[in-house]
Design a protein around this ligand. Structure first.
Ligand code: GAR
Length: 193
């Protein structure tokens, strides 16, 4: 049986789309059962709908994060999602949500963790003068951008790079590496079945 995934996305949704494309090409034995956003105007919602995937936005109130998370968690469970894929989800999850889906939430971050956690990691890499940066897929734990690493890709930093150009080249690698990490989950899932 294919692995059921839930996706959380706040914006553009290109990582979601890259994963969905791999599924549609038959390269990933998975199914995205539901995409949830914290922003009603997130382009990721329309992309999901265009691919026949159920998509929902729930209001996000910073002073009551668990209200959003309760709705999202219940919806993912009702849809039978085995894993939750954070694809440009720009909110910090509460410990309660992370516990509820312990070891079952994946995130992608545009740096070679543990370097450059948090916001604007590509600019942080430029400011630090590193010659290589990249992206990391990791399991989500209570500590921000710090869970066990599942996959990474390295991207050289060029002399003339701006935050935009480096972000663009890292994003190309993100689209490869997220599918690779999900492939590892699928293999594990099949080995356990
Ligand atoms: C991606 O670069 C992703 O790594 C980053 O947001 C972008 C979302 O793009 N996520 C984070 O920085 C999480 N801390 P997308 O919406 O096109 O997938």
């Amino acid at each position: 049986m294919s692995l059921k995934l839930g996706v959380m996305a706040s914006g553009r949704g290109s990582n979601f789309l890259a994963i969905q494309n791999e599924i549609e090409r038959g390269n990933l034995d998975a199914e995205i059962a539901l995409l949830i956003s914290d922003r009603a105007q997130a382009p990721a919602l329309e992309l999901a709908t265009a691919h026949g995937i159920a998509a929902q936005a729930f209001p996000y109130d910073k002073s009551d994060r668990s209200a959003f998370e309760k709705k999202a968690g219940d919806a993912f469970e009702a849809a039978g999602c085995a894993y939750i894929i954070l694809a440009g989800f720009m909110r910090i999850l509460t410990p309660g949500f992370i516990d509820r889906f312990e070891h079952r939430i994946l995130n992608i971050h545009p740096s070679l963790l543990p370097s450059f956690k948090g916001l604007h990691p590509q600019q942080q890499a430029l400011d630090a003068g590193v010659k290589f940066s990249g992206c990391t897929v990791h399991l989500v734990t209570q500590e921000l951008d710090a869970g066990p690493i599942l996959a990474q890709a390295v991207v050289p930093v060029e002399e003339e790079d701006t935050e935009e150009s480096l972000s663009r080249r890292i994003l190309e690698q993100e689209h490869q590496v997220y599918a690779q990490a999900i492939q590892v989950l699928i293999a594990k899932h099949h080995a356990m079945a």
